[in-house]
Design a protein around this ligand. Structure first.
Ligand SMILES: N[C@@H](CCC(=O)N[C@@H](CS)C(=O)NCC(=O)O)C(=O)O
Length: 209
């Protein structure tokens, strides 16, 4: 893939401001890349409009449209893991965020487990164990995997996982990540979004067994 200079970068991110989409905006912000945001209200079904389906037959967010190279058709990328890899390979080569050992983590899809609290417990306990002896996912150096994982934490903190606060190594880890300006901005927008979901979380709570 060729690289583009910052002033001809033309990126549009279709997002609903949730955790999966925020992985992408966080990485773009971290890399200092300008991008246009188009909010697709998935609660209102905007992902199913004919206009949106023309660019994403899967009717999901996030979706990245890259029109930076005017000599070719826009590049359209969906699936958050694929979008992260695309951005890292095309625009993040100077940042060294993609060590080989992180690739598997980026390819995995944390959103698949989002609705299953017991799976979350297992995954988070393993992560907590890992972070006992490692500063970050990839040892003592920040990588893209850390930025990809962070947006899940604000959701877990609020209602979704009652035992989240007992995972002390994770707590140390995400607080450390939050000292990075791009992560902190993502935290602010995710907290706003999570609070706007209060009626939804109350519904989940009520329907828990
Ligand atoms: N595996 C996908 C998951 C994307 C996803 O689940 N997006 C949700 C929002 S968080 C969505 O678009 N939901 C609308 C729908 O499924 O109709 C990814 O990582 O990009």
């Amino acid at each position: 893939m060729s690289s583009a200079t910052n002033n001809n970068i033309d990126l549009t991110l279709y997002t609903n401001r949730g955790s999966v989409s925020s992985k992408v905006s966080l990485l773009l912000n971290y890399l200092g890349l300008k991008f246009t945001t188009v909010v697709v209200n998935t609660f209102a079904g905007e992902q199913f409009t004919e206009e949106y389906k023309k660019i994403n037959i899967h009717s999901r967010v996030p979706l990245l449209v890259d029109k930076s190279d005017k000599s070719q058709e826009p590049v359209i990328v969906y699936e958050s893991g694929a979008i992260l890899l695309y951005i890292l390979k095309k625009y993040g080569t100077n940042h060294d965020l993609l060590p080989d050992s992180s690739k598997d983590l980026l390819d995995s899809d944390p959103s698949l487990v989002q609705r299953f609290e017991s799976t979350y417990h297992r995954v988070l306990s393993a992560l907590d164990d890992h972070l006992k002896t490692n500063k970050y996912i990839n040892g003592d150096k920040l990588s893209a995997a850390d930025l990809a994982i962070y947006p899940h934490f604000p959701f877990l903190q609020f209602n979704y996982l009652s035992t989240f606060s007992s995972l002390k190594n994770i707590e140390r880890y995400y607080k450390e990540l939050e000292t990075i300006p791009a992560v902190n901005n993502t935290k602010t927008s995710l907290y706003e979004f999570v609070h706007s979901l209060q009626p939804f979380t109350a519904f989940i709570e009520k329907n828990k067994k």
